[in-house]
Write a protein of this length. Sequence first.
Length: 303
Amino acid sequence: MDLNVGLVGHGRWGKRHLETLIRLKKEGLIQHITLCDRDPNQLADLSNQVDSTFTHFGAMLDAGVVNCIAVVTPPNSHLELASKALERNIPVLIEKPLSDRLEQEPQFLNSLTPEVTLVTGFLLRHHEGVEAMKQELDDGAIGTLQELHYRRRTKRGRPKGADAMKTLAIHGFDLSLFFGLKDIAKSSPDIFEHQLERMLLDAGGTGQKRLLVDVSWDADEELRELTLIGSKGNLSLTFGTTPEMHINRSGVLETVELTNAHPPLYNEWVYFLQQVKSRTPTVYPPIQDLHALNQWFQDMEQY
């Protein structure tokens, strides 16, 4: 089965996706790249990088040149574009957040049929270090998970239209679900600060579980780290060009070797393409996690 990919949106992050697709094509993992953006200027001088271009999403679908698509447009357009593709049984990779129209998400999720493939781009689920942490946790390396701390501070200014909760903190929320802290989503925050540039949340669920999320733009320092605190030890991961992972048990610090073979965006695309090629209907993260994130965000907007 040839994999003919349609990339919808060629803004800042869309360009990152295109770079990944070009690499995947060189490696023979996809055969055809179509780029769609309503701004013709975003399509200029790309003839040697993509196979076809469109300025209208419907025209791209009608042309029959793609059998899977990635939606990398502003969040307010995600649900509409994804729905149109899924109606034609075209698998969709959609950038996070699923949408910024929280009130519309439940209806969209409930309308999904068992035959669809929809992967939402929670990039860190595909990070080698995060996958290694999950394996260590499943193997009982640090006992029962009690706390998850996610910190992401950047000196970069806040992008236009973005806010800290749906752009930065969303990864911390999603990772709490990925690692099994399901009850946290049902709890109210003990400490909460929510601004466009910054979010600080300290929440506890049942059984003394805890989630700490500390994210911001315009920070004094660059900081990217994830810490899992268990009943028998801790796991820590520092993100960056060369991620580092450590396990601390009884005061003994060990380094967990990571190959750092591929960036997480590459791994995310490989995962999506595997589902497409196998013709295996997939919703990932699972629908129940997407519902939980939606409810969480709606609750957070009250603070």
